[in-house]
Design a protein around this ligand. Structure first.
Ligand code: VG1
Ligand code: CO
Length: 627
């Protein structure tokens, strides 16, 4: 192939949001639109990171992904990238991409240096819905704001992009490496099995150990004194073995999943997690194939929102006995769902919903006993600002380092790289794990969360599977509340409201903050039974590792009794604006922890809606989604 330079002009609005650039497909398919963004990314990365690079290109399989993969591959070749790695059929969940960047070694010994992930995550897909793209760095995590800002700047001035002419479309349905000759030498496209590297990591075979084995094998074939080297390295390998900790205990999870007392249901909402779920839950852990719902990826997610919450994961919600209109005689003990790109999770028990904020707190509280990888203790924990303070309470009890970061996974990356944090999560159904060791995922991970819950269930039931009562998901959550208190929590989303109105609402709330007395007067006029606001601000974060500051990360009203109201504008939508309102109330009194959460939060909800003049600014009398 040869390199062609194509003239182009900037498009407005190519600013990456919370997690990459997300727009309607009809926007993305405009001539040069995707190309401009990809070239802007290459230019932002700079020649050092692009020439000779090995890039992963894959995603959640949504409509337009296949075309986008071909375009990006050709542009990568033209920009001097040496290898492109593609998951079979272009399918890789976001956490699997992260694992591949960090773990996979190509047949020629190469390692990936970055990734384009093609996804709009939980947004619907199809010709009339959303497409998205984001870049992840060599650490496997989302590009930090320094890079995303540069990408955006470049999109505003771009004049040309480069594309390979004469490079045929690659067959992404069959695994194998194809090589092409370009002006700067060979260019390889490697299509590989989507799940195996990710699974390897979850089973955590100590990767260090594996790498050493291959290094030793190479050494042995190449140098003299082979015998001495063999003895010497074997000694070290044995040492590594001693310190090796697998991440999950697969046999104990297998026992739970195969117990006649236990039943399971996993709904991938036709997203990419279905590919990994079949392999991991069914083939590896022995779950029944009928446990899997909507696990065949579809370009339009079957017409639904691939967003794992009580509103959009309808089928799972019904199966778990949580539907208001359908009664299920015998729901499974444990249910979970994923979003389109497999980084989110919703955890359900029989007729029971676990809030994501509780989920991360419960995983943190039980991890040392239940998850082998953490048996040596946790380095610290972190949550995003709007996530409930349930995790804070666990951190305090267990005397762990604790961090509160802005919304979006990119902010956890530095903490992970610096070895300051082991488990983190967001209220938006995102949980993940990190460690100071250099070999782990830098994205939230839907399947990881399910494995973490299965591990906790296995641990709590290790003596009950033969006889005795099963400790259920609900039991685990209630025990947790009894120990740590309960954070009643809810989120109201007003999707696709008028952007002007949304901005005015936010400005109104910021203005109110100048007088707390005034705010309290207004609140007392709305409800006399809520406590006083003691502090209000716009959340600002100073990264403890690199000192960078992120401002305007959401408006907070903090109450005397620990309650919180948080207002934010979403950064992942593709049209209009989405207002998120987060409402939280802490209850320590164990006689009051069993209430219905909407009922318990009703006074605060009323205050939030009236204080913000929600209906006035948005014209909406009710939210689109309540989680
Ligand atoms: C939302 C969530 C946030 C999450 C982000 C990406 O962002 O609130 O917690 O990290 O989506 O998730 P926003 O800006 O719309 O509130 V995903 O699953 O899109 O990668
Ligand atoms: Co997602």
């Amino acid at each position: 192939f040869k390199v062609t330079r194509v003239e182009t002009t900037p498009f407005e609005g190519q600013k990456p949001g919370t997690s990459g650039l997300r727009k309607k497909v009809k926007v993305f398919i405009q001539p040069h639109y995707l190309q401009n963004f990809v070239q802007a990314t290459f230019n932002a990365l700079g020649a050092d990171r692009v020439k000779g690079a090995t890039l992963v290109v894959s995603g959640d399989g949504r409509y337009y992904s296949k075309d986008a993969i071909q375009i990006i591959t050709k542009m990568a070749a033209a920009n001097g990238v040496k290898r492109v790695w593609i998951g079979q059929n272009g399918l890789l969940s976001t956490p699997a991409v992260s694992a591949v960047v960090r773990e996979r070694v190509g047949a020629d010994g190469s390692k990936a240096t970055g990734a384009f992930i093609l996804t709009a995550s939980h947004n619907p897909g199809g010709p009339h819905e959303d497409f998205g793209i984001k870049y992840n760095m060599e650490n496997g995590g989302p590009a930090p704001e320094g890079i995303t800002n540069k990408i955006y700047e470049n999109t505003t001035t771009i004049k040309e992009y480069m594309i390979a002419e004469g490079l045929p479309d690659v067959d992404i349905s069959t695994t194998g490496v194809s090589s092409f000759d370009g002006p700067e030498g060979k260019f390889d496209v490697d299509v590989f099995d989507s799940t195996s590297d990710y699974l390897k990591l979850m089973k955590s075979i100590n990767n260090l150990l594996q790498r050493h084995y291959s290094a030793v094998a190479e050494l042995l074939s190449a140098v003299p004194f082979q015998f001495l080297i063999f003895i010497f390295t074997t000694f070290f390998i044995l040492l590594f073995y001693l310190f090796d900790r697998s991440i999950f205990d697969f046999p104990s999870m297998q026992k739970v999943l195969s117990s006649p007392k236990f039943s399971f249901c996993y709904d991938a909402l036709h997203g990419v997690a279905g590919v990994h779920a079949k392999r991991i839950f069914v083939e590896e852990l022995g779950a029944n194939e009928s446990s899997l719902v909507n696990c065949v990826p579809k370009e339009d997610f079957g017409g639904g929102h691939p967003d794992p919450n009580l509103t959009y994961a309808k089928e799972l919600v019904a199966r778990m006995g949580l539907s208001k209109t359908h009664s299920e005689p015998n729901p499974p003990e444990f249910g979970a769902a994923a979003d389109g790109d497999g980084d989110r999770n919703m955890v359900l028990g029989k007729r029971f919903f676990v809030t994501p904020s509780d989920s991360v707190a419960i995983i943190a509280a039980n991890s040392v006993q239940a998850i082998p990888y953490f048996s040596g203790g946790l380095k610290g924990v972190a949550r995003s600002m709007p996530t409930s303070a349930a995790l804070d309470v666990v951190a305090k009890h267990l005397n762990l380092k604790f961090f509160e970061v802005p919304t979006g996974w990119k902010f956890f990356g530095n903490l992970m790289d610096a070895g300051m944090c082991s488990i983190c999560g967001e209220e938006s159904f995102g949980t993940g794990w990190l460690s100071g060791r250099s070999d782990h995922i830098r994205e939230k991970d839907g399947i990881w969360a399910v494995l973490a819950w299965l591990s906790i269930l296995a641990y709590k039931n290790k003596d009950n599977l033969g006889g005795g009562n099963l400790v259920t998901v609900e039991d685990i959550v209630r025990q947790h509340w009894a120990t740590y208190g309960r954070h009643y929590y809810t989120r109201y989303d007003y999707e696709n409201v008028d952007a002007g109105g949304a901005k005015e609402l936010m400005a109104h709330l910021v203005k109110l903050q100048s007088s707390i007395d005034q705010v309290n007067k207004i609140i007392k006029g709305i409800r006399s039974d809520v406590s006083n606001v003691v502090h209000a601000d716009e959340f600002e974060y100073k990264d403890p590792v690199d000192g960078s500051v992120s401002k305007h990360q959401g408006i907070r009203y903090l109450f005397e009794d620990g309650s919180r109201l948080v207002f934010r504008l979403s950064g992942t939508g593709s049209e209009g604006a989405t207002i998120r309102l987060y409402i939280e109330q802490y209850e320590k009194d164990s006689s009051k922890i069993g209430r219905d959460s909407q009922e318990a939060l009703a006074p605060l909800v009323e205050v939030a809606l009236k204080l913000s003049k929600m209906q006035e600014y948005t014209g909406r009398s009710a939210p689109t989604v309540i989680t």
